[in-house]
Ligand binder design. Structure first.
Ligand code: HEM
Length: 180
């Protein structure tokens, strides 16, 4: 995972629960990086998962819930850093549909060998969009949080179903988004 993601995670912890908690989870995980990251550099996924696990124990919030909240926070950071992608798309569904073919395609130019998921979109009708998520990292809860961040940005009320999930043995996750 790229440093940009670790930096956002560090920022979320400091913002929402304080620097003391960040210091505490670092002391618990003792990563070689000592919690110092450069955005374009690659760091082991296991380090992020260990930090999330330690935070989950410390604040007593289950890992999937934390990962989803982090996704929402990460959206804010990415959108601030690269505002062009939301500026280019007038509505929520067109934005989601542009992740694979536009946004993550650009990410491949900005970062060396990024680890990105496959996100296929199927527009059912005006109010319903299916997103098929596939990734060996199984970060579907992060995707759910990023989608929540995007919905807030576009000021859209929606509900999301996750009837197929890689964590339950399916070979992909199905995220069904319905706008109200
Ligand atoms: C709702 C919008 C988005 C969704 C659902 C989404 C989904 C994801 C997910 C789930 C990952 C984790 C990797 C994996 O699952 O295998 C990821 C990684 C990433 N995404 Fe997106 N993304 C979104 C928007 C963006 C935007 C706006 C940017 C800005 C340029 C961006 C840049 C990145 C970067 C840099 C990574 C890390 C790559 C790495 O660590 O190697 N994404 N994305």
């Amino acid at each position: 995972m790229k440093g940009v993601v670790f930096i956002a995670f560090n920022q979320m912890v400091e913002d929402q629960v304080g620097i003391d908690v960040w210091e505490k989870i670092l002391a618990q995980v003792m990563p070689e990086t000592e919690g110092i990251y450069t955005s374009i550099e690659e760091y082991p996924d296991s380090e992020l998962f260990n930090l999330v696990g330690a935070l989950s124990e410390t604040v007593n919030v289950p890992v999937p819930t934390l990962v989803e909240s982090f996704g929402e926070y990460l959206f804010g950071i990415l959108n601030k850093k690269y505002p062009i992608f939301t500026e280019q798309k007038a509505d929520f569904f067109s934005f989601i549909e542009s992740i694979d073919g536009v946004i993550h395609k650009e990410v491949r130019k900005l970062y060396e060998n990024p680890n990105l998921p496959k996100l296929e979109c199927e527009r059912v009708d005006d109010k319903n969009l299916n997103v098929i998520y596939t990734s060996p990292r199984k970060l579907c809860f992060l995707a759910e949080g990023l989608i929540r961040g995007a919905a807030k940005h576009y000021q859209v009320e929606y509900s999301l179903e996750h009837p197929q999930c890689m964590h339950r043995g399916d070979d992909h996750c199905l995220l069904q988004i319905a706008i109200h």
